[in-house]
Write a protein that binds this ligand. Structure first.
Ligand SMILES: Nc1ncnc2c1ncn2[C@@H]1O[C@H](COP(=O)(O)OP(=O)(O)O)[C@@H](O)[C@H]1O
Ligand SMILES: Cc1ncc(COP(=O)(O)O)c(N)n1
Length: 263
């Protein structure tokens, strides 16, 4: 059994964060573990509260996981506290964690900030350099690279800038582009594109969380980054394509789509 750890925030409505990650990892037949960095009170319409986990308690959770069931891959999502990124990076380095995928979560689909300025500085300084792969969406890639992104050429430039700055592979996700949802990977000096038509579905709460956990699950299974991204992209595309419609706002994905005919 391959094991995957998600280090992220809890979404009580089940669409994003820890809950999306555990569903995704489980659907990949991997064993899911979770270190919770913050509790959020949110649903498909917005984020209504955030309670940060103390740095000591994040460290305590990481010790419990790593001293008992060593994860084959680690996904990092929402890191809310000012110094949480440093605490996490120190522990991951100490335990020599492998296959670290960081989704630099900054703002929710519903528009709330999920990281502080100081938290973002620490994410850049401590977490990206120890990651195998970072998975920014277009607005996040603009912030990390300092350039505007309108098309695939801009995504290539941004991915290379981010990779050169932080020393990790970079997948720039295209969910925020206008007419397609192509993703762009820069890995080991080469560009890979993952084309996809834009699915007409407003319910995309948790797409980024799902994609990064699916990549981590594929890395845990032994796939190299380009193939892990291809498999994960196929997973998220199908999960969006089912067009589940839950909640009053931007709804979540359906993970158990292979079971959809079983009512
Ligand atoms: N409407 C859509 N149709 C097809 N793929 C989509 C759509 N929206 C998002 N995706 C895909 O979902 C994944 C997550 O991307 P994105 O939504 O940009 O991330 P985030 O959730 O971090 O903002 C990417 O693979 C992206 O291409
Ligand atoms: C706990 C948590 N983590 C991540 C996201 C981002 O997901 P999305 O961009 O789909 O809102 C979120 N809303 N909540």
């Amino acid at each position: 059994m391959k094991t995957v750890l998600t280090i992220a925030g809890s979404d009580c409505s089940g669409g994003a964060g820890i809950q999306a990650d555990i569903k995704t990892i489980t659907m990949h037949y991997c064993y899911a573990m979770s270190v919770i960095t913050a509790l959020t009170a949110q649903n498909t319409t917005g984020v209504y509260g955030i309670e940060q986990t103390s740095d000591e308690f994040i460290a305590n959770q990481l010790d419990c996981v790593f001293t008992d069931i060593f994860p084959d891959a680690v996904k990092i999502g929402m890191v809310y506290g000012n110094n949480s990124a440093k605490v996490i990076a120190d522990k991951l380095s100490f335990y020599k964690a492998k296959n670290i995928v960081t989704d630099p979560v900054m703002v929710s689909t519903s528009g709330s900030r999920l990281i502080s300025e100081q938290g973002l500085e620490n994410l850049k300084k401590y977490l990206l350099p120890i990651s195998a792969l970072a998975t920014p969406n277009v607005p996040e890639a603009e912030i990390l690279s300092g350039i505007n992104i309108k098309n695939l050429q801009d995504m290539q430039n941004a991915a290379k800038i981010i990779s050169d700055k932080y020393g990790c592979a970079v997948l720039c996700k295209g969910g925020h582009l206008e007419d397609c949802s192509d993703d762009l990977l820069y890995f080991d000096g080469e560009f890979y594109t993952y084309p996809s038509v834009r699915i007409d579905n407003p319910n995309t709460h948790g797409t980024g969380c799902t994609l990064s956990s699916a990549i981590a699950s594929n890395l845990a299974k032994g796939f190299e980054i380009p193939q892990a991204v291809e498999n994960a992209k196929a997973y998220v595309t199908r999960a969006i394509g089912v067009k589940l419609d839950l909640g009053k706002g931007r709804g979540p994905l359906m993970h158990n789509y292979i079971l959809q005919n079983f009512k």
